[in-house]
Design a protein around this ligand. Structure first.
Ligand SMILES: [Zn+2]
Ligand SMILES: [Zn+2]
Length: 332
């Protein structure tokens, strides 16, 4: 019996080793081919983008030189248009559309993507009017003068209206750096604003909206608007001595993304707003933009146990995530 069992064990061992070796090879094959596939995909995407940029790069360079020629000696007009007016107009165009849904609940095909069901249906008009007044005052009294003030610094550091447009690769690298700098500065300034001393006097205003809407992204106390909205976005371009074209794209992107993260609708093919929506709902979770620092500091542990976390993905279909991942009956 004993001998039999011993020989069985001996027979099993090489089989088991073979099995482990086999699965390791399978995993290595899957990982290797996955890596190869993503590198190939990335290379081909970059190739197409670069080809597009190469073809249109000369076109944009020629347009930019024409603008420079027309505004020779008055480059500050170009700077204010690119760094303040274009991003500001895009902000209001995008939020204007969202406000139609917030105030009328129509069209239903957009309203059905609402994250916090039953909230802002419709939005309180008095509260909305008062908030829009604050947003406009933040834009005209703070953002605009800050952009004007930024110009001489940028000009001294590396002229933002220089003749040469940045290359496509440099432009992508700049965007990545601006995003990382914003994440760090926004996360820590935002956490500081949640300290009881600052919260009551400053940040409470932004949190009056527990179910946020797009325009609320800039509804804040002036101190918060400077420290937590403007500086995290402006420090990157300032440090890098960015070109006006990069600044225009970055400020526009930053404003559209913050509007999406506050809009209250988890729309298809747009970045998920669940993270910051949850911050407005619960106050002490999800302080950052990307969520990297929340993961490191453990300020997203509660969020990770919720349905909102399961829904925090890029929606690639048309079924609202509140339907495909419904709240558990107890929560509902
Ligand atoms: Zn917010
Ligand atoms: Zn907050």
């Amino acid at each position: 019996m004993k001998d039999n069992a011993g020989s069985e064990l001996k027979a099993k061992k090489p089989k088991q080793e073979g099995h482990i070796w086999g699965s390791m090879r399978r995993i290595a094959f899957i990982l290797g081919s996955g890596l190869l596939l993503s590198v190939a995909l990335w290379n081909s995407v970059m190739w197409h983008l670069q080809r597009f940029w190469g073809a249109s790069g000369h076109f944009w360079q020629a347009q930019w030189e024409r603008l420079l020629w027309n505004f020779e000696g008055k480059e500050w007009i170009l700077f204010i248009t690119g760094a303040a007016l274009v991003p500001g107009l895009l902000f209001w165009a995008f939020n204007g559309l969202l406000l139609v849904v917030d105030t009328t609940g129509k069209p239903g095909c957009i309203a059905r993507y609402r994250i916090q069901q039953g909230k802002n249906q419709p939005v309180d008009p008095v509260k909305l009017r008062q908030s829009i007044r604050t947003v406009l005052s933040n834009q005209y009294m703070i953002s605009f003068p800050m952009v004007v003030f930024l110009y001489p610094f940028l000009k001294w550091w590396g002229d933002p209206c220089r003749r040469e447009l940045p290359t496509f690769h440099w432009f992508l690298l700049e965007l990545a750096i601006f995003t990382l700098i914003e994440e760090v500065l926004f996360y820590y300034s935002h956490r500081l604003l949640h300290h009881p001393t600052f919260y009551k006097r400053i940040h409470k205003k932004h949190h009056e909206w527990t179910a946020p809407i797009g325009v609320i992204s800039l509804y804040a106390h002036p101190v918060e608007h400077v420290a937590s909205n403007m500086l995290p976005a402006a420090v990157g371009p300032l440090l890098m001595g960015a070109h006006l074209s990069s600044i225009t794209v970055w400020f526009s992107l930053a404003l559209i993304i913050t509007s999406i993260s506050h809009c209250g609708y988890h729309l298809p093919f747009l970045p998920s707003p669940e993270f910051h929506d949850y911050h407005h709902l619960k106050f002490n979770q999800c302080y950052g933009v990307l969520g990297v620092l929340d993961h490191l500091h453990g300020t997203d542990t509660m969020f990770k146990q919720t349905k909102a976390y399961e829904r925090h993905v890029l929606l690639l279909g048309f079924t609202p995530l509140s339907e495909s991942i419904p709240d558990s009956p107890k929560m509902a």
